[in-house]
Design a protein around this ligand. Sequence first.
Ligand code: FAD
Length: 388
Amino acid sequence: MSAEPAADVAVVGLGGLGSAAACWAARMGARVVGLEQFPLGHDRGGSHDHSRLIRLAYHHPDYVRLAATAYDVWGEVERAAGEQLVHLTGGIDMFGPDAPLGRDVYAAGMIEGGAEVELLTGADVSSRWPQLAPPGDVPALAHARAGFIASERATAAHQRLAREAGAQLQDGCAVTAVRPSGRDLLVEAGGRTIRCRSVILSAGAWLNELLEPLGASLPLTVSREQISYLAADDLDRFRPDRFPVWIWHGARTYYGFPAFGERAVKAAEDQGGPEVTARTRSFDPDPEATARLHRFVSELVPGLGPPVLTKTCLYTMTPDRDFVISALPRHPGIVAAVADGHGFKFASLLGRMLAEISLGRTPSPDLERFRADRPALAPGRDPSPARV
Ligand SMILES: Cc1cc2nc3c(=O)[nH]c(=O)nc-3n(C[C@H](O)[C@H](O)[C@H](O)COP(=O)(O)OP(=O)(O)OC[C@H]3O[C@@H](n4cnc5c(N)ncnc54)[C@H](O)[C@@H]3O)c2cc1C
């Protein structure tokens, strides 16, 4: 007679998504065990640093609606945690002539998704935000419901709320295997075996290490990305109430924030880093990429100077750049999570969806595009991530 499960849900990996999943599963009344291989809040995965963009500016209405719901869920977390996590600043998207998808595609997706959009030229942008100096004729769009999330604080808040709801979170505890055992699952970690009803694998760039022994690997690409904080000639001009979040869409896509968390201003290139593995990646920033960013930003945002701090971070990307929030087809008690390089803004909502699936409920929303058995993830498909 097998032992009674010690937990309803085991969450493997307590980064942005796993911490949210542990929080929501515990708040739904489940007995939750959360396991993290490194210290909580570490800087080796995909969720560290002070801020992450949140916005409605997506090219597909599914994501526009998802982002609108994400705001509501963050609001619930803020109230429960008694802390502001989302900072609205307004957002500007600018579309270079070599943008993979043009402004009209984004505008159409946003309008269909129910978002308000304002179409501008580069000259309009500069007159409204003199800190920004795009070419006068560049197409741009502005929307009010954009800004940033205090990401490290948000993850810590999810962990705190999870513990307050009874979850047991343990760090410095690497999971070495997940094995089916009858209608339960056995999780091997830190020299012990935990029996549970379901497992959420929110292991980010390490996910396939746990999926492979289950014969359930996914075509994922891990890249080492970097963000830089640039010196500002007058930091006050870049305060969140004076400077929006921005994105430049081009063959190379760049994005930036107001001043937050450091006495400098953050900017970065999206999907500009080399393919790596989570175990072999370097933590040293790429000087060429740093110089490339500096060159670009010094033209678009003339008030910003050289980078004073650069951090590296990991993207885990699917071929179609859609998330994976799904039970595994051949292991229904195991739920996989992949947040790609754009998932933090949805972290609390995706965490809630992971908790719902792990407890046998239909996730809300229930999106086909996040299924693990979708065609784009089929074995043998080209894993190279799309540029969006
Ligand atoms: C540079 C950069 C900028 C980004 N900017 C944005 C943005 O502006 N807006 C946005 O929405 N998104 C953004 N993202 C994406 C977003 O941050 C990620 O999608 C999200 O944080 C990923 O969270 P995660 O929990 O899936 O992964 P992670 O945070 O990496 O968590 C996975 C965790 O699992 C643990 N783990 C792995 N294997 C094991 C094991 N065997 N046992 C125990 N623990 C294990 C790891 O140690 C890690 O803590 C950005 C990402 C990067 C890298």
